[in-house]
Design a protein around this ligand. Structure first.
Ligand code: ACM
Length: 792
């Protein structure tokens, strides 16, 4: 806080009769947490329907637009209708004022004073006033807020400004694209968490999504791929290709919409890798002269741009159009995952490397990137790129901002980037890639491994260990990545992003000293309610009750309930009714008679009754311990599996399979096999789309023509307990239920099990939905959340 500001705050506190600055009162539930918050004990200010909002000071048209949007937002979400006026209205309950000389920190800073004169927001620029309006919206939606009622805003002073200038979300529109309307909704929501950069990833192996004058095939050919696997559900037919791109007019509209919300759209053109779609459009851009298809796999494609003069001319043309469309100072030119196999195999590329006096292909990539970056800097723009070449020991153009996604080894690569003089954006895949799944719950949505929990996102290291103060000053921000291989639609995007975006927002905006996981959790419920009012389909994963069922003494089941964060109170019912804030609070594991059939429902609540997680249900009986779904099995490699969506069945939710890509092998340690006579498996075949993972595929010899599932005891080469031929499943499009007797006596107790599918996963990998044992003739096994009847 500047000297003037401190004096102001002290004087104000004295007027209000406040002895000391205390942490923000719970009544202020702000997210991200402001830089400075001084609650006061004086009476709260009431804002009711019809309250007047006055607009004063400089930059009047922009300020008026900000206030109009604030008034709309409040009416839409809060049901309060305010009345904006430009007249010097003495009755104004809320005043917005832009004063270029105000004692407010930076252009994005603002001050809010709440006292017996009403609420006054002061900023030096429209941007600051916008952030002030967002905070005011949050002040008017405190914990427990209800639509339509008057708002009470606790008195005090908030003096706020962001920690970092770059508070970003990367949106991958290459793998799956989003409509203009969806992107605009996302930008709107981003701005309400005070994020200010949308890194729009527009070109990929799987689709080139931006019209470029003079190169019509980029979108005619490069924006369409065959509708393989689940893409056919999006297009309606495997014969209907998956196509989509953005016109110049659409891009301009998105850029304009974002600018109104103080979000900069930074375009992302990935070079020289992730360019297979461009080469599919213009094979001369590639090394081999061949035309590849637009890729339908995920992973790292071997198709690289040829780093010659003709390609550089093309790239200049692309970037010229990009610079025409996007006013952003920053332009991302990618540089990640450039697999050099085609360059290495090409005599022409080898010759170019030698002619340039370069020692290896990483240096050649560095040279190519330097040429591209030079074109941007010559036009006054700043190149942005990934940290991969630093991982490979090469350098990047000095002017380039480095997005560091390799967060392993104590942020070693980010530190190296800082020490080479780069500005750095921290985007470690380990915690800020929001396409990674959020939990190991059976109802977790599809996502990449490994897990990235809300807490991991919140605890992201934003200043690399070992950075000096000067080096730390070159960390310009944080960025989350929404890569969309497993995100085919906007519902999936929202579930992956929220509420982890709230953690990102706080990393990017709030001072390091405000980092407080428990405080963040306390402030989250009001934010979740705001998300709800905005229509955001957020994940309640961090609070969802998980059922841990084990064998109790005698013929009982012991059920422990917990949630990932340990936040809130889990309440449950055993009569099938929906839990309410008045239901029994969970305090210790439950003991249930196994012979009874108990329907256990549990949900998580705040002390004031606010529901943190929707009810989860499990039916518990003698069969419960005899079945597991794939989320409850380990992979044989002991690596965390991918959560892959299956085909949408005619009825019920889409299945999600936990699987180790390339290895159709699961472990169930200490399975309770005493007395079991029969096994059932629910299996489905998923389309192989895993590109470069093909080389690690584990192929097991088949016995029958269609292959089979096998269950082995003790180890994967141990005694065969059952073999289930896949013939009935081979032609099915969804799940198939296979059954077999247990051929050998498994012994009396628990055995380690290895469950494998034979054959080659690259022909279509078998996924295991569920394994269930039964005793005698009884069909058993009830997946969590539902009892399935009939044919699926
Ligand atoms: C990346 O995740 N390939 C930047």
């Amino acid at each position: 806080m500047g000297k003037g500001l401190a004096a102001f705050a002290a004087a104000w506190l004295a007027t209000m009769g406040i002895a000391t600055a205390t942490p923000a009162a719970p009544a202020w539930s702000l997210l991200p947490q402001p830089a400075h918050a001084y609650p006061a004990a004086s009476p709260a200010v009431e804002i009711a329907d019809g309250a007047v909002v006055a607009v004063h000071g400089a930059d009047r048209p922009q300020l008026q637009a900000i206030v109009d949007r604030f008034v709309h937002l409040l009416a839409d979400t809060r049901g309060l209708r305010l009345h904006a006026t430009t007249a010097a209205d003495a009755r104004a309950a809320i005043t917005f004022n832009i004063d270029p000389h105000a004692d407010v920190a930076g252009g994005a800073g603002y001050r809010i004073v709440i006292d017996d004169q009403g609420i006054r927001i002061t900023a030096r620029t429209p941007r600051g006033a916008f952030y002030g309006s967002v905070t005011l919206w949050q002040l008017l939606t405190p914990p427990g807020w209800t639509r339509g009622s008057a708002a009470e805003v606790a008195a005090g002073v908030i003096d706020d400004h962001p920690r970092f200038a770059w508070r970003a979300l990367l949106l991958d529109s290459g793998r799956h694209y989003q409509s203009v309307a969806e992107i605009e909704r996302l930008i709107d929501w981003m701005s309400l968490d005070k994020l200010d950069v949308l890194l729009w990833h527009l070109t990929e192996d799987q689709g080139w999504r931006l019209d470029i004058p003079g190169y019509p095939a980029l979108t005619k050919t490069g924006a369409c791929r065959n509708a393989v696997g689940l893409d056919a559900e999006l297009t309606g037919s495997p014969d209907q290709p998956y196509c989509g791109h953005y016109t110049a007019a659409e891009v301009r509209e998105i850029v304009r919409y974002a600018a109104e919300r103080y979000v900069t759209v930074v375009p992302g053109i990935d070079l020289p890798g992730h360019a297979q779609a461009a080469i599919a459009a213009y094979p001369w851009l590639g090394v081999t002269g061949q035309r590849p298809p637009v890729w339908t796999d995920w992973g790292v494609s071997p198709w690289l741009l040829k780093p010659d003069a003709k390609t550089l001319h093309f790239v200049d043309d692309v970037l010229d159009e990009v610079m025409r469309l996007f006013p952003s100072k920053y332009v991302s030119i990618g540089g990640d995952e450039a697999d050099k196999q085609q360059w290495n195999a090409s005599p022409a590329v080898q010759a170019q490397m030698h002619q340039l006096g370069l020692a290896n292909m990483d240096q050649l990539q560095g040279w190519f990137t330097g040429q591209v970056a030079g074109h941007l800097t010559a036009h006054g723009r700043t190149p942005v790129g990934w940290d991969d070449e630093l991982v490979a020991g090469a350098t990047l153009p000095a002017a380039e901002v480095v997005m560091s996604w390799h967060g392993n080894d104590g942020e070693r690569v980010a530190l190296a980037a800082l020490r080479q003089g780069h500005d750095v954006v921290m985007t470690p895949q380990e915690s800020l890639y929001f396409d990674h799944y959020q939990s190991s719950l059976p109802d977790e949505w599809p996502g990449q491994p490994p897990m990235a929990t809300l807490r991991q996102a919140y605890d992201t290291v934003v200043i690399p260990h070992g950075a000096s103060a000067a080096e730390a000053g070159h960390v310009i921000g944080v960025q989350a990545g929404l890569w969309t291989e497993l995100m085919p639609d906007f519902a999936r995007d929202q579930h992956a992003l929220y509420p982890r975006v709230a953690a990102l927002a706080e990393l990017g905006w709030s001072p390091a000293a405000a980092h407080d996981w428990h405080g963040f959790l306390q402030r989250l419920p009001a934010e979740l309610e705001r998300y709800r009012a905005l229509g955001i389909g957020y994940a309640d994963t961090a609070f969802a009750p998980a059922f841990d069922v084990t064998a109790g003494a005698g013929d009982t089941l012991r059920v422990a309930l917990a949630n990932q964060t340990g936040f809130g109170t889990i309440r449950y019912t055993t009569d099938g009714s929906a839990p309410t804030p008045a239901s029994t609070a969970y305090v210790r594991p439950l003991t249930l008679a196994a012979r009874d059939r108990t329907t256990l429902r549990a949900a998580t609540f705040m002390p004031d009754g606010y529901p943190l997680a929707a009810p989860r249900m499990q039916v518990l009986d003698a069969a419960t311990l005899l079945g597991r779904d794939s989320s409850q099995l380990a992979s044989c490699s002991h690596q965390p599996g991918m959560r892959l969506g299956g085909r949408q069945p005619a009825r019920g939710p889409r299945p999600v399979y936990t699987m180790d890509v390339g290895d159709m092998c699961w472990l169930w340690p200490q399975a309770p096999l005493a007395g079991v006579t029969h096994v059932n498996l629910s299996v489905a075949r998923v389309t192989w789309r895993f590109g470069d993972e093909a080389k690690d595929a584990v192929v097991r010899p088949r016995v029958g023509a269609a292959g089979e599932f096998e269950i082995h005891a003790d180890s994967c080469t141990g005694p065969l307990l059952a073999r289930l031929p896949l013939t009935p499943a081979a032609q099915a499009s969804g799940q198939t239920r296979l059954g077999a007797p247990i051929a050998t006596t498994p012994g009396n107790g628990a055995r380690d099990l290895c469950i494998v599918a034979t054959g080659d996963p690259r022909d279509g990998q078998w996924a295991l939905a569920r394994i269930t044992f039964s005793k005698g003739n009884t069909e058993t096994g009830v997946p969590q959340g539902e009892r399935r009847t009939g044919k699926r």
